[in-house]
Write a protein that binds this ligand. Structure first.
Ligand SMILES: [Zn+2]
Length: 114
């Protein structure tokens, strides 16, 4: 049962534990990699092209960067620390404004809209 007290005290399920061998340094190298930068650009461009005005929008609040007054991020739905294997999986990525992304850290955000 989701949300029950017993669940919050139980050890985290496998999906919420760090990938063995994951380090912050490894993640930093990944974020600077050309593979990530290319894919990130592709995701932002596809998001922008899906809107009539050609502007990228946050997947959660639907604001452009100008409307939100903050940057748009390409977010890993399943965090790289939790599932390193999906770091370059386009189906694991979405555009979020910094407001919607902040505070989320590596926790799931599904079903939580601002
Ligand atoms: Zn947003």
């Amino acid at each position: 049962m989701f949300g029950s007290r017993a669940d919050t005290l139980a050890p985290p399920p496998a999906a919420e534990r760090a990938t063995p061998g994951y380090t912050r340094a490894k993640a930093e190298r990944f974020r600077r990699s050309q593979a990530w930068r290319r894919l990130r650009y592709r995701i932002l461009a596809a998001n922008a092209n899906s809107h009539a005005d050609g502007k990228a929008r946050c997947t959660l609040c639907n604001r452009t960067a100008a409307e939100a007054g903050c940057a748009l991020h390409v977010d890993h739905r399943e965090c790289v620390s939790k599932n390193w294997g999906r770091r370059l999986d386009a189906t694991n990525l979405r555009v979020l404004c910094a407001d919607c992304n902040v505070g989320r850290s590596n926790r799931p955000l599904e079903g939580v809209a601002p």
